[in-house]
Design a protein around this ligand. Structure first.
Ligand code: HPA
Length: 274
């Protein structure tokens, strides 16, 4: 535990000093290739992560590394354009630091998006998936260390990390827009190497439908501090060993580019209904 409660307050204070009397209701964390949604925010106030005390920087390609506050789909939002990953060298506490700051700023819900490998062999690359649950059993918790009771309890329930009401809202929204939406379990792997075929077989046996290197830590922290969560995944590639071809970052970014309109349209439509 590196960050006392006062650090979160100092981060929130800096952001408040820039955003005037605006207060965000909904936080969004944008994954690979989806950062452009942050550019659609109206009346934006953009704050580089580097300006915010105690905030980690994001170094991953395609992640801009700034917080954008303003209006999107008629809602007052705080958009993280770029997220932090454990594979960049950050602790899980650092990876999920921003979520707690956004909670202090007033965000009651969180939309998380990501690109992930498709573990479920009945599906195909390019499909969208509603995250119904997650598995992050093989690495430490972002809540490890002294508990900060200002955010939540020592042993938080994790039965419904992905809020059933928001899952239903996303199902309805996708159906109305004629967007096929898979549903499944996000299996967290810390990367940065893509998984081995044996790891993907293990993930499938354990109940995973998608595999990725983000999201799960932030969602644990959001659940701890009482936020509602909606998770949407772009299945950017078939996971390792399913097709007879190596995985590459370019494949992930290309898929994100192709699915851009469909994915961002669904996110905005869900947001509008929240
Ligand atoms: N594995 C892990 N993370 C990913 C993948 C994958 O296949 N695709 C996109 N992010």
């Amino acid at each position: 535990m590196v960050h006392p409660f006062s650090h979160y307050q100092q981060s929130a204070d800096l952001i408040r000093s820039r955003m005037g009397d605006f207060t965000p209701d909904i936080a969004l964390v944008l994954g690979s290739g989806l950062g452009f949604l942050g550019d659609m925010v109206e009346q934006p106030v953009a704050i580089p992560y580097g300006d915010i005390p105690h905030f980690p920087r994001s170094t991953a390609p395609g992640h801009a590394g700034r917080l954008v506050l303003g209006t999107l789909a008629g809602k007052r939002v705080a958009v993280m354009q770029g997220r932090m990953h454990h594979y960049e060298g950050y602790s899980y506490e650092a990876v999920s630091y921003a979520v707690r700051v956004l909670r202090l700023l007033g965000c009651g819900s969180l939309i998380v998006t990501n690109a992930a490998g498709c573990v479920n062999t009945a599906w195909k690359a390019g499909d969208l998936m509603l995250i119904t649950d997650q598995i992050k059993m093989f690495s430490e918790s972002p809540l490890r260390g002294e508990n900060l009771p200002q955010f939540g309890v020592r042993f938080p329930d994790a039965s419904h990390l992905y809020t059933p009401r928001l899952q239903e809202l996303a199902r309805r929204t996708a159906a109305e827009r004629g967007i096929p939406l898979r549903e499944g379990v996000y299996f967290y792997c810390y990367g940065p190497q893509y998984e081995t075929p044996a790891e993907i077989r293990a993930a499938r046996l354990l109940g995973g439908d998608a595999v990725g290197m983000s999201t799960a830590p932030e969602v644990i922290v959001a659940g701890h501090c009482g936020m509602e969560v909606l998770g949407l995944t772009l299945l950017s590639n078939m996971a390792a060993g399913i097709l007879d071809q190596p995985l590459s970052e370019q494949e992930v970014l290309d898929a994100a580019g192709t699915a851009r309109e469909k994915f961002s349209g669904l996110v905005r439509a869900c947001l509008r209904k929240m």
